[in-house]
Design a protein around this ligand. Structure first.
Ligand code: 13P
Ligand code: SF4
Length: 307
């Protein structure tokens, strides 16, 4: 353990902080978090977090979700500017205008959207439960699925349910192409390919398994294969290698490089996380009105997902 990690753990204890980290966080943060997981797991952990504050190591919309499900808790982030290109692709005012022009739609929003968009939604989903959530929407309602058209397309493939798709995407997952994945697959014929549903249909078609980041851990653990090509943000490899040191994990390459890094996730550093605990800032603040309006669709998801 590095001296900075030791300092972080001492501060975490002193400030009675609960540290939640997404699977895409840098390795040195994952190693000292109380919980590392996907968006769905992080929402449950945030809901039941006790302690004096939550330090959320992930991106802004995830920390917003933590605040909405546990509003009495102070929520800190290492860097409040850590956003998400996918959440940015659906501005709240654009959605409002669309819904005014197209009344009656049932809005299923992927958790990668702002609190102001969640506040206009009927139910939220994550990549871990999207299929299940869409399956619970009354048959007679037309669904608008937002903001990720690739995840939406995957849910359509899985459920056969027609949905209108918002035209958004994640810039990281869009960089994986059928040719880059086909090439690495041919170089490692023994390896299984696991891909995130934010990848395009052409990339997903080359995968042995398409699933959320958390389900990737379970898939690899239960597989008899020894090597895996992981087609998602590269932070995922730290989690997989930590839990399965005896297996080989190969980063899915893009056409340009083997990086696959989310620049927003990587805005959080251990040094910033230490500072956040020392100063108990920056704090994520949401208006009471947005919290109230966004809570119902999130709680509906947590409820539908549990049952
Ligand atoms: P998960 O919900 O699978 O953790 O994915 C979150 C995300 O931001 C994917 O890009
Ligand atoms: Fe957003 Fe993509 Fe980064 Fe996930 S990987 S946080 S969807 S920009």
């Amino acid at each position: 353990m590095s001296p900075l990690q030791k300092k972080f753990l001492d501060l975490k204890k002193e400030k009675k902080a609960v540290v939640l980290a997404h699977n895409y966080q840098p390795k040195e943060i994952q190693e000292v978090a109380d919980y590392v997981g996907d968006s769905l797991g992080l929402s449950y952990e945030a809901q039941k977090a006790d302690g004096d504050c939550i330090l959320f190591c992930g991106v802004h919309f995830m920390a917003e979700t933590a605040k909405i499900v546990n509003p009495g808790k102070k929520v800190l982030m290492p860097d409040l500017e850590a956003g998400c290109s996918l959440a940015d692709s659906c501005p709240a005012d654009k959605l409002r205008a669309y819904l005014e022009e197209n009344p009656g739609l049932y809005v299923v929003s992927y958790v990668n959207c702002t609190a102001a968009v969640k506040a206009q939604s009927d139910v939220i989903c994550t990549s871990g439960n999207a299929e299940k959530i869409v399956g619970r929407v009354p048959e007679d309602r037309e669904i608008l699925f937002l903001p990720d058209r690739n995840l939406g397309d995957w849910v359509i493939q899985k459920t056969g349910r027609k949905m209108r798709l918002w035209d958004g995407d994640c810039y990281v997952h869009m960089e994986f192409t059928a040719s880059s994945i086909d090439k690495i697959r041919r170089e490692h014929p023994e390896a299984r390919v696991v891909a995130h549903p934010e990848c395009t249909r052409a990339v997903r078609a080359l995968a042995d398994e398409v699933c959320s980041t958390e389900k990737m851990v379970g898939y690899c653990k239960n597989s008899t294969a020894r090597a895996f090509i992981v087609v998602t943000e590269e932070g995922m490899l730290h989690r997989l290698r930590r839990e399965m040191p005896d297996r080989q994990f190969i980063a899915g390459p893009t056409d340009r490089c083997a990086c696959g890094e989310c620049r927003y996730m990587k805005m959080n550093t251990l040094a910033k996380a230490v500072e956040a605990l020392e100063s108990l800032s920056p704090e994520l603040v949401l208006s009471r009105e947005v919290i109230e309006r966004a809570r119902a669709p999130i709680e509906r998801m947590l409820d539908w997902s549990r049952n």
